[in-house]
Design a protein around this ligand. Structure first.
Ligand SMILES: C[S@@+](CC[C@H](N)C(=O)[O-])C[C@H]1O[C@@H](n2cnc3c(N)ncnc32)[C@H](O)[C@@H]1O
Length: 253
């Protein structure tokens, strides 16, 4: 699977503006955190693309992921930073955070929860890792748009060093009662003339906006702060808009 080849994963997602995304995160902390933030914790960090920018801004960084290869790769890539980032292996569904954090975040829709029970235990785990008053930021984890619309079959071509990647997603609803979607992610890699193909099949429960609001409003450890579209605080998500990159913020009570 592509998560065992972190440099290909990085190339596939190299279209992101990591500095701008990190600036948005820092802005969210300045505006909405009720506590000063020293340590941030990224859920499903992968190669930890935001670690460099966050540490440059003065935060201590901890990343957690289920994949040992990703964790090893991130540890080596960011070893030179001060303070050196720390990483640990865990399943986001239920984890004992060895490191408490003042801010928790998950990027790029990487919230892999397959039932309401897993959702409950994930948010309980985050609540116990997070300092009261601290924020949990979720990038693209709430399903605002209709997954069945073919816009989800997209194609990204990106060149990174001598690697070029074509990535295509196909998503279909396989269990409506449990809101489970099957996502087939196919990645074709041309690494200096060597070709590799990866196909990943993931099953994931969609979290719909009203469900998320209800869940957070009923969770004793969190308050809903707000949600915005596409890295822009001037674009709060309101009735009638159709966000493609929803960013949500909740606060630990
Ligand atoms: C799309 S990548 C996101 C990586 C990184 N956050 C980024 O912004 O590029 C998703 C990551 O989630 C990790 N992952 C998948 N299921 C997980 C789980 N149950 N618990 C923790 N990490 C998980 C994968 O190993 C992979 O590194």
């Amino acid at each position: 699977m592509i998560y065992d080849y972190p440099k290909y994963y990085e190339a596939a997602f190299s279209f992101r503006d990591i500095a701008a995304e990190t600036a948005f995160i820092a802005h969210a902390i300045d505006r909405y955190s009720a506590v000063p933030v020293e340590r941030v914790l990224e859920i499903a960090c992968g190669p930890a693309p935001h670690a460099g920018e966050l540490i440059r801004r003065g935060y201590a960084y901890t990343g957690m992921d289920i994949n040992s290869t990703m964790l090893e790769y991130a540890g080596i890539a960011w070893k030179h930073l001060k303070p050196e980032p720390t990483f640990f292996k865990a399943n986001m569904v239920r984890f004992d955070s060895r490191f408490k954090a003042d801010f928790v975040f998950v990027m790029l829709g990487s919230l892999y929860l397959n039932s309401i029970e897993e959702m409950q235990s994930h948010f309980d785990s985050v609540a116990s890792a997070l300092t009261p008053g601290g924020l949990y930021f979720l990038d693209c984890c709430i399903q605002f748009s209709d997954m069945m619309v073919p816009v989800h079959s997209n194609r990204v071509v990106t060149g990174d060093r001598d690697i070029s990647i074509q990535s295509a997603f196909d998503i279909r609803l396989i269990d409506p009662a449990r809101q489970i979607y099957e996502e087939i992610w196919r990645v074709d890699v041309d690494d200096n003339g060597k070709h590799h193909t990866f196909e990943m099949v993931e099953h994931n429960k969609a979290i719909y906006p009203q469900e998320f609001l209800l869940f957070i409003n009923q969770h004793p450890a969190f308050d809903f702060v707000g949600w915005w579209e596409d890295w822009d605080f001037n674009r709060p998500i309101t009735v009638g808009c159709n966000p493609t990159r929803p960013l949500a913020l909740i606060r630990r009570v």
